[in-house]
Write a protein that binds this ligand. Sequence first.
Ligand code: GLN
Length: 243
Amino acid sequence: MNMKHHTITILQLYPKAMNIYGDWGNVLTLKRRLEWYGYSPIVADYNPGDVFPEDVDIVVGGGGQDSGQITIQDDLLAIAPALHRLADDGVPMLVVCGLYQLFGKSFTTARGNVIEGIRLFNIETIAGSQRLIGNITTKSVDFGEIIGYENHSGLTQLGDDVSPLGIVVRGAGNNGQDQTEGARYRNVIGTYMHGSVLPKNPRLADFLIEQAVTRIYGDFSPVTLIDDTFANQARAVAMKRPR
Ligand code: GLN
C-alpha cells in the first residue's frame, strides 16, 4: 500500500530552550523510522509565543537548564489546556528531563525557584544537593530494557497513582532512592533519559509511532520491518559504559 499521503505531524516543544544532551535525536529518530515505515512525517517546532498547532500526532520535548525551564514556564502554562486535551485524546508524547519535570506539578530549583508545571503527571520534583549524572539502564514490562544517560539535580517523587516508565537496574532514576524511573500517563511518557533515548530504544520509538498512526489511520501497517542491528549494537555498548 502506498502511504506517502499518510502524514504524521511531530511537534517539537521548545527546541530553542529545551534541547540538551542530544534530545534533538528523538525527533530525528521518529522522523526517520516513520519514513522507513512508509509514512510522511512533518516536523513542526513550537517555541514561546508561537500559535499552537491544531493537528498534532506526536509531541516531543527535551531537557534544559533550570534557566531554560524558567524561560518557558509561562508559555507552557498557557498551552497546558491544549496539551491536556491532546493527552486525553490519546496523542503519544515523549518528554525528557526538564520537560518531564514540568509535565508534573512543579520543580523547585536548588536556588529555591518554584517552577510550576502543567500537572499532567501527578509527580513533584525538588532539587537535591548533588547532580545525578551517568549512564542508566532500567527494566520495563512494555519496552524491555531501556538505556540512556541522565544528568539532573531534580529528585522526582511519583504520586501513588502514577506508574513509572521503568525500574532502575543501574543509575539513579527519579530520585536515587525508590528505583523508579520516569512516569506514564495514557500514551504520555516522561523520562530522565537523554542520550538521545529513542535511537537506542527502538521499542519506545515504535510505541509512539504505532499509537500515533493507529489513532489517525485506524491501523499501523508498515511497508517494511526495520533492521535494528546498529541500534542494538549501540545498546550493547551503552550498557557496558562506566556509570
Ligand atoms: N534543570 C533540571 C535539573 O537539573 C533538568 C535538567 C535536564 O533537563 N537535564 O533537574
